[in-house]
Design a protein around this ligand. Sequence first.
Ligand code: ASP
Ligand code: ASP
Length: 353
Amino acid sequence: MRNLINILDLTTKEIDELINTASDIIDSPELYANSCRSKILGTLFFEPSTRTRLSFASAMMGLGGGVLGFSQAASSSVAKGETVADTIRMVSSYSDIIVMRHPKEGAPIVASNVSSVPVINAGDGGHFHPTQTLTDLLTIKKKKGRFENLTVGVCGDLKYGRTVHSLISAMARYKGVKFVLIAPDELKLPDYVKTEFLCGIDYIETASLEEAIPSLDILYMTRIQAERFDSPEEYERLKDTYILNAEKLKSAKSDLSILHPLPRVNEIDTDVDDDPRAHYFDQATYGRYIRMALILMLLKTKGVVDRRTHGTEDEHLSCQNPHCISFGDSERGIKRLFDDGKCIYCDQMAKKV
Ligand code: ASP
Ligand code: ASP
């Protein structure tokens, strides 16, 4: 049994295999129509989702399997105070593979440590979103033909944008990749992402989308995410910082690829949608196929026990991240583990107490 919590759980060779399988499914879907007959996917969405949940359900159905689950915490026993661990223990006895989204960072680690079936992280708070990254990688491969030697601009909410954190960690593995990090001061990429993934990698930080555009091969736009802000005033102040439109694209390369994990609010004007460089709707379509490939890969892996229990308990350390699953007492019974001074659930430095 194997899980996908973080995109780096996959080797570059495995990513290539997933991309090849997804391409094969796109070409010959009928060959895969019965691959998961009698298998059940549990979809546990403690936080709302349209695309990710529907594309997973559609992926499992395309493989001949069934789907059960819930699409908001309010319709599960979590509303009655059930822990993530207890919910997963129960659902893993009703399904063969689980995909979950949770507002707390590190919740999928708690889940994978008690689950008897593979767990896929479909987004944990502002932390990671590895299956979006697989979708992004398949799109980049299809549109650019390579991962190497690309200048990748990521724009918008780099602080809370989990899709950005996962994409940077994945793309940083390839040779000659440069990043242009485009964000206002308040929404810059967190230090833990920089130290963990950008050490020795060429990157610049800027607040200007206009200045960055001409150098880019890929422009990954993101939404400023109202639901992650503690202060509504700060969201109001920042929400219109970047708006990509046809005018701004005049200075872009002719083979630029514009991506967006969606949903879009107003950060890409609809006048961009018909530009041949706008690839975000294709990207959403690819999401289904790469998720089919992932389900097949995880169900096939036997004899692996994938538990994340590295790190040690330390009464002198405390995780201060209010968005972490180990913070507070909602997840009763959680073991607070630290590795090299960092909380193993959210990767943030712990505080000495
Ligand atoms: N949260 C977004 C939505 O509702 C993206 C997703 O589904 O992954 O569409
Ligand atoms: N769909 C992406 C996510 O779920 C991006 C977004 O919601 O803005 O993280």
